[in-house]
Design a protein around this ligand. Structure first.
Ligand SMILES: Cc1cc2nc3c(=O)[nH]c(=O)nc-3n(C[C@H](O)[C@H](O)[C@H](O)COP(=O)(O)O)c2cc1C
Length: 305
């Protein structure tokens, strides 16, 4: 499962793992904020026994704070430290972080090297195809990552300029896979078993990473795996899905407190019910409640799937 800020919190990570994800990622965590001792950032990164295996993703553009944050994250025993070199959001890229590092290959290398030197677990890197269509340089950055000690790379086959629009370019991902010897994971537009197979076949990659396909659908991983193994997917009943959402709510309340949890789970519920006939009215009632008990009542009494 892909790292997604505002989405892949502990509760959602647990659901994705339960429904077949082999590895999950935290939301991106600011290395700079960690180096200032920001408690919220530590909380974003915290893993507990129920959301493993997980990687912690950090972002930043100062090798020193990247090294510090990478080391700090070891207290949560992640599988890897992942470095974000793909975020297109102006607030991040505008500060030289995330996808802006695609434009600064030398600094990107220094950052990866700093993390690799700081920790004794694998460091992975998530990149885009390039900054824009006139500067597709995923191969260059991937080679730099490899030579600076990265253990694996994920390539999202879009440029920063594309944001999340257009189609992910599988041929760029394929060319990265051919150019390096470390594992390469393919990302972008994998939304079901068929697109996962196409992605794997067309790129030759070692695995796929699923982002938006998991929104409102943490069970997508089971479906994809069934397809890859050429067997019928397990039928997940509406009742099981409802129970999972109620559990997600309880986990979010335990982690963030009732008020934040209610606020944050609203978008998840909107994703869960997307496309059902009375989605608009369910959404309206979900968005008007302020307590866990009221929300549970709505979730328990409504057809959600
Ligand atoms: C809401 C949202 C938040 C995201 N946050 C992150 C992030 O924190 N770190 C990151 O590397 N990518 C982030 N991404 C990008 C995804 O990890 C992924 O690369 C992208 O969505 C393409 O994959 P998909 O087509 O499967 O969604 C985010 C994407 C979305 C939609």
């Amino acid at each position: 499962m892909a790292p997604m800020a505002g989405v892949t919190d502990r509760a959602f990570r647990r659901l994705c793992l339960r429904y077949g994800a082999d590895l999950v990622f935290t939301e991106m965590v600011s290395a700079k904020a960690v180096s200032f001792g920001d408690e919220k950032s530590y909380e974003l990164a915290r893993l507990d026994d129920s959301d493993r295996p997980a990687s912690i993703q950090i972002f930043g553009s100062e090798p020193k704070s990247i090294a510090f944050a990478a080391k700090e994250m070891l207290k949560y025993s992640p599988v890897t430290i992942d470095i974000n070199m793909g975020c297109p959001v102006p607030k991040i890229a505008g500060s030289g972080d995330g996808s802006a590092l695609m434009k600064k290959p030398e600094l990107a290398g220094e950052i990866i090297y700093a993390a690799v030197e700081a920790v004794d677990i694998p460091v992975t890197v998530k990149i885009r195809s390039g900054w824009d269509s006139s500067s597709i340089n995923a191969i260059e950055i991937a080679k730099i990552a490899e030579s600076n000690g990265a253990a694996a790379i994920t390539v999202h086959g879009r440029t920063r300029a594309q944001g999340y629009e257009g189609k992910a370019n599988r041929s760029v991902i394929k060319s990265v896979k051919s150019a390096v010897n470390i594992p390469v994971f393919a990302n972008g537009d994998v939304r079901d078993g068929q697109s996962a197979i196409e992605m794997l076949v067309e790129t030759g990659c070692d695995g796929v990473m699923v982002g938006r396909g998991a929104l409102g659908s943490p069970w997508i991983f089971e479906e994809i795996k069934a397809k890859l193994e050429n067997r019928n997917p397990r039928i997940i009943t509406a009742e099981e899905k409802r129970e999972a959402i109620l559990e997600q709510l309880e986990m979010m309340v335990a982690d963030k407190g009732e008020s934040s949890a209610i606020h944050e789970i609203r978008k998840h519920i909107a994703w869960y019910i997307k496309g059902i006939p009375n989605a608009a009215s369910i959404r309206a009632s979900v968005f008007s409640v302020h307590t866990k008990e009221n929300l549970k009542e709505i979730l328990s009494q409504t057809e959600l799937f």
